[in-house]
Design a protein around this ligand. Structure first.
Ligand SMILES: [Zn+2]
Length: 247
């Protein structure tokens, strides 16, 4: 029962995440504006708006205009549900509360960067703030098991390094290889990982980025942009579970 409860709580959060993903880049209200159909703008009744179930019962078609509902809605709810379930299985109560908030922010970063190639700095700053507080006052909550000093120094070193790379790249090629968003994001993530896993994070996210490039840029488009924020976020989640399972 608790397993289902945690899974479904994740799905509900996932549903909200997807609303944010659709509306934040368009500057729309995420709290007070009612749910509406992406296709015909009709308001969606609450009983057609139940995470996971509505999509299954309606067989992927909207009730208002019978158009296909974007399956990514369902996928995001499912993924968020699964991640919250894994958190429930792996961690203690205090960790679950903090990590679910962390994952909420991470999923927003990953999906929005993937969809629109935007990283909102406010999310990265939240990662830094919560990370510093957790590592200083409640170090046992962080699965990466690091000291507050490690957290603080790695945050400075990683963002400094990314800033330097950006600067060099700009000098050499006169284009922005790294967005400013990446610099604050790496600071936010390494506040949690500490130095050792910062290196793993770089390696893993580069591998994911290269695979993404090879798979999705078959025509060798020069302006092709890898969603680097997404691969950083994804690598972070993989490493977080990995480090928890290691000790
Ligand atoms: Zn509709």
């Amino acid at each position: 029962m608790f397993y289902f409860f945690n899974f479904y709580f994740g799905a509900i959060v996932g549903s909200f995440i997807y609303v944010c993903v659709l509306r934040l880049p368009k500057n729309e209200d995420i709290v007070f504006k009612k749910s509406y159909c992406e296709k015909c703008n009709q308001e969606i009744k609450w009983f057609y708006n139940i995470p996971l179930f509505s999509f299954l019962i309606l067989r992927g078609k909207s009730n208002c205009c019978q158009k296909k509902i974007d399956a990514s809605y369902f996928v995001v709810e499912l993924i968020a549900g699964i991640l919250f379930l894994i958190n429930f299985i792996l961690f203690n109560t205090y960790q679950i509360m903090v990590l679910n908030i962390l994952f909420f922010i991470l999923l927003l970063i990953i999906i929005i960067d993937y969809k629109d190639r935007i990283i909102f700095d406010i999310f990265s700053y939240s990662l830094i703030l919560i990370g510093l507080i957790v590592n200083y006052f409640f170090p046992l909550i962080n699965p990466f098991n690091i000291t507050a000093i490690d957290s603080f120094i790695t945050m400075l070193v990683s963002s400094g390094l990314f800033g330097l790379l950006k600067f060099i790249y700009k000098k050499l090629k006169d284009i922005d290889g790294l967005g400013g968003g990446d610099i604050i994001l790496i600071a936010g993530l390494t506040t949690w990982t500490g130095f050792r896993f910062f290196l793993y994070l770089l390696i893993l996210s580069s591998i994911i980025g290269i695979f993404y490039y090879l798979i999705f840029n078959k025509n060798k488009d020069e302006n092709f942009e890898i969603p680097f924020g997404s691969s950083l976020g994804l690598s972070f989640i993989i490493l977080l579970y990995f480090s928890e399972l290691l000790h």
